[in-house]
Design a protein around this ligand. Sequence first.
Ligand code: FE
Ligand code: FE
Length: 176
Amino acid sequence: MLRSPQPHDTMPAETLYALFVDELRDAYDAEKQLLKALRKMARAAQHPELGAAFTLHHEETTAQVGMLEDVFAMLELKPRGKHCPGIAGILEEGKEALEEMEKSAVRDAALVGGGKRAEHYEIAAYTTLVAMAKALGRRDAADRLQEILSQEIATDKKLDALAKQLLPLATREADD
Ligand code: FE
Ligand code: FE
């Protein structure tokens, strides 16, 4: 999407390397947005296992910010984020569940759905970043980014397993 240039912007991404750096900055900003959101999601969860899953992923996300800083260092760049409107939109959608619902099994179901939306966005972003790093011959960056990607995939799978456990509880709640 076209937008007016921001003062901190680099040149438009006209090379694969520039595009890669641009997407890296987008991911760095996304992780920082997710750090704040995951803390809220952990507190909002009713089921202790869902709360624990969000807390664990908050810790992983803290480490991911560090791993992205490693990648910036590998490229001899200062770590710098660039606002990620994609993840901001997903979090905005998830806010409804956080702000307009009571703590319940149904809200837990909404939290799982919001969490999965965020993970899928990240999986798409890191799959792309790993592929670009490899294409650019940056095996070092690709390996570090792959570590993050693996955590996002594992988190998504864990949310699926939790949904299987939590949705029957939400059904019962609706029957009351
Ligand atoms: Fe992440
Ligand atoms: Fe994640």
